[in-house]
Structures are given as C-alpha cells and as structure tokens.
Design a protein around this ligand. Sequence first.
Ligand SMILES: Cc1ncc(COP(=O)(O)O)c(C=O)c1O
Length: 290
Amino acid sequence: MLSPKDTALVGWPTYLGALGAFNAYEPTYDRLDPKGNRSAADFATKAAEAGGRVKFAYLSVDFANPTGETLDRAAREAVIDLADQADIAIIEDAAYQTLRFDGEPIPPILALEIARKGSIEACRTLYCGSFSKSLAPGLRVGWICAASEIISRLVLMKQAADLHSSTVNQIVTHKVASTIFAPHVAKLRATYMARRDHLLAALAREMPEGVEWTKTEGGMFVWVTLPAGMDGADLLAQSLKTERVAFVPGRAFYADGSNGNTLRLSFSCANEAQIDEGMKRLGRLIRTNR
Ligand SMILES: Cc1ncc(COP(=O)(O)O)c(C=O)c1O
C-alpha cells in the first residue's frame, strides 16, 4: 500500500513491530487519534506536504500493544467515518482479541463496517487475527478477513514473499483450534488475569508518586509513564546492571521517537513472586533516579 513518502496513520504510541514492518517502505507517519477531531482533509494536506498520500490507518484495537488500552465502540465508528472520508484502508490488528479478562467485548471494526455497508465486499477494513497470543507465536499462523479483491492480491504477494505458510503448522493449528482451543484460552485468561491483578497491586504498593500506569481489561501489557525528564532507556540500562528487571523503553513505540519517559511492562511470563520482587526493585530504582 505504501510508496515512499506516503502517510500511514498510526497510534501514538503504537505496536513497534508494525512500525518496523512499515518502515521498510519509507513512509511518513501521522498521528491517529480516533477521539480527536482532525478531519480527513487535514490529514490529506499534511500528507501532500510530506510528498505523498494517506494510505491507511493502522490500529491495535483490543488491549493494545503497548498501552493495554481498548478502542471503544464510538472510536471504532469514528475510524470508519474518517477512513470513508479519506478513502483509505483500515488495518485492524486484533492480535489480543481473545484475551479479554473483564468488561464487555466490543465488535471488531470490520464487524461494525459490515453492519453499515451490508457486505464484507464493500468494506475497506483488513482484519488481522493471530494464533500467536492464544496458542504459540512459533507456529506463525494468523489470518486476514477482508474483501475478496484484497485477499486475492494478498495471496499473490504472500506467494511472492514466502510461497506459503508451513502446511504442517496449519494442520496442527486447525486440529488444536477445533478441539481444545476454548478451554486452553480460558486457562490463559485466568492465568494472565491473576498476573495483571498482581502487577496492578504491586505497582500501587511500590511506585513512588509521579508514576502513572494504565489498567488494561486484557492482553499482556501495562504502560507506565515516568515523571517528566526521566528516560525509560536510561532506566533499563541501569536496571539490567543493578536490579535485573527487564522492560521495553517506551520511545520505540512512537513513530517520532518521542516520549522517552515511558515504558512497557508485560505480565504474561512473570509469575506472581517475580512480579512482586520485580516491582519492588523497579520502584526502588525509579525513586533513586528522581
Ligand atoms: C499488536 C500486535 N500485532 C501483531 C503481533 C505479532 O503477531 P504475529 O506473531 O501473528 O505476527 C504482535 C506481537 O507482539 C502484537 O503485539
């Protein structure tokens, strides 16, 4: 979709793997804020100034990587309005959709668009699903739901890129998905939910004043904002030497490399004792840096 200098609309912050994939096409980025009131014309003017056109909006919709935030229904509807006015595609990244712990599920953007337009064939959304967060990332199996014209083109591009995904992996995924998928995901949700609750409690206990964090309803992440002037990358370098606590510095999730005073914590792999100890150490380190 992207030629050099074209504009991709992305969250600020957004998933760094998406930025990495898009960067190969040398785009310009502009900030997509579904609750903001920038018009399609405003985005188009900025894109023209950068030497191209707006091509798509990319969104991590449920329990986003990195913030853990979920786009509410009104925001999803607003993205469709904007995309219709701007005549651009919507890339809906639903990688964490199955991992909801509490709150009410919100229909995917693609479902809302189909409800408006009557058929998937009239839709501009590419819904991207993945088994990486629900079964195993190493299987490399995911799926896209979109209008058949788009799927046909993607099939050609995939053939050109890697011929096809591993057939054995697809057979295994199909077998698991059609037999033990639901109880497996239920177990994941229960485990991750307990870890999320534990992490939120540990943050409240251990973090000094001036540190803020998000409270996600699912997924794997909590997004932490440090006091202004503190830098997540510096903190990581110190932490790896003295405290041995790893996290992702937040700057990497911003298309313009801004907002260094942020970091992403993941609660998927650490058990409850590790979370307690890790937050105690991180809190201590942040306090000494203030
Ligand atoms: C928002 C988001 N999308 C996609 C992916 C990668 O998914 P896959 O393994 O299916 O390529 C990740 C993995 O971290 C992610 O966080």
